[in-house]
Ligand binder design. Structure first.
Ligand code: HEC
Ligand code: HEC
Length: 362
């Protein structure tokens, strides 16, 4: 208790001695010191080091600002929704509903993608790969009428007039005046924060690092998943869900629909203009997959049992269906083991990471 009181007194004293940062007349920020501190990522050895972008290097203040913006409903028209409304940390930064709901409960068109290890995707974000970078992606939800439903002019005005955001933008990017706050700095800060979304501490990671062992059922599931057994049937999963990210990050028709017929969502072909891309979608990571239901771009499956059943049947044949989608012949215990393996991809430490949590909550 005495130590606690001591710390309290010291910290009050420390705070009292800090120069009070405040916005000068006409939004002038030049009197506030700008001393960016590079942020060192805690990258797992099994990952290829994240490429750093010269035009948006990670700094402590940049990531802190991005975290605030990600959680702040100031980015929505009626201050009810933020990025975090559809990307919930407890569910691996995915949403729990089939499609997501924006302001005024407007119903979206697709299932929210779980956000993990985003800094290792260098291009083609979204289910149809339509944006090239995290910076570009972060500009979209604000003006999407089914998501945050406002305009950037309005958000820029609110941030410029805010009592503390101008100071945070100064600390992150060294801007001289609050009127220089614009959407591109917002996007940069959010992208910096997202590059810290590293998840690599699931049971499966611990097994690869020699710190844990799989149960017999999980191990059989692993063999099926990676096609490593002579005796068990193969799941063909690792053709597409492989490597540290558990995805090739490429686009496939995994047999959900007959893509030769009319489709509600044509996926990649809308962007590429290529008929052969009809019904192809970005292969999602399977990290934290036990927590990110519902599944697929349209959230059509609510359980992993339904997903495995679909793959086991071999999907719906159509011209561009991947040849790795075919009837698998998994019996009930094979299916259960495969699901047991998928559960080892859950990284609870990621869901509890304080530095990724809502900074506005006590
Ligand atoms: C209303 C719900 C909603 C809100 C709000 C929202 N998202 Fe999303 N997010 C989605 C959905 C749905 C998708 C998939 C959309 C698609 O593919 O067309 C998605 C996809 C993404 C992706 C692509 C991931 C990948 O692997 O390709 C990123 C990154 C992302 N969101 C970040 C954000 C950020 C940053 C914000 C805030 C500025 C935000 N989202 C706000 C629902 C939402
Ligand atoms: C040919 C490539 C391919 C193969 C093989 C494959 N997948 Fe997929 N998987 C995908 C694609 C692409 C999607 C997204 C499809 C969509 O939403 O339209 C997906 C989606 C999923 C999802 C839903 C993920 C989410 O976040 O919604 C799960 C779970 C999954 N796959 C597990 C498996 C398992 C288990 C296997 C092996 C039995 C497997 N996949 C085989 C390409 C593949």
């Amino acid at each position: 208790m005495r130590i606690f009181v001591g710390i309290l007194i010291v910290s009050i004293f420390w705070f009292a001695c800090q120069p009070q940062a405040s916005v000068g007349p006409n939004g002038d920020l030049s009197a506030i010191p700008y001393k960016p501190i590079p942020l060192e990522l805690n990258e797992p050895g099994r990952f290829v080091k994240m490429q750093v972008f010269e035009d948006n290097p990670l700094t402590e203040a940049g990531v802190d600002l991005g975290r605030m913006l990600f959680y702040d409903p100031i980015l929505s028209r009626d201050s009810t929704r933020s990025c975090s409304s559809c990307h919930l940390q407890a569910f691996g930064f995915s949403d729990t509903t089939q499609v997501s709901f924006g302001i005024e409960n407007r119903m979206g068109k697709r299932n929210a993608i779980a956000l993990t290890n985003l800094g290792y995707h260098y291009t083609q974000f979204f289910w149809d790969g339509r944006v090239a970078s995290l910076e570009e992606q972060a500009l979209i939800p604000v003006e999407d009428s089914l998501e945050l439903g406002t305009t950037w002019e309005e958000v820029e005005r609110k941030l410029r007039e805010h009592p503390t955001y101008p100071i945070a933008f100064r600390a992150a990017f060294g801007i001289e005046n609050a009127k220089d706050i614009d959407r591109y700095w917002v996007a940069k800060a959010i992208a910096q924060f997202e590059r810290t979304f590293i998840s690599a501490n699931s049971k499966f990671d611990q097994v690869l690092d020699g710190k844990a062992t799989l149960t017999a059922a999980e191990e059989r599931g692993r063999l099926i998943f990676f096609d490593e057994s002579e005796i068990l049937p193969t799941g063909e999963c690792a053709h597409c869900h492989v490597g540290p990210l558990l995805t090739t990050l490429t686009f496939f028709n995994n047999g959900l629909d007959n893509t030769d017929q009319a489709l509600r969502d044509v996926g990649l072909s809308l962007i590429s203009g290529n008929e052969f891309d009809r019904g192809k979608f970005k292969t999602p990571s399977l990290r934290n997959i036990a927590l990110t239901a519902p599944y697929m771009h349209d959230g059509r499956f609510s359980t992993l049992d339904e997903v495995i059943e679909q793959y086991n049947k071999g999907g719906h044949y159509s011209k561009n269906e991947s040849p790795n989608i075919r009837p698998l012949g998994l019996n009930e215990s094979d299916k259960a083991d495969l699901i047991a393996f998928l559960h080892t991809l859950t990284d609870t430490s990621y869901l509890e990471r304080q530095d990724l949590s809502n900074p506005f909550l006590p």
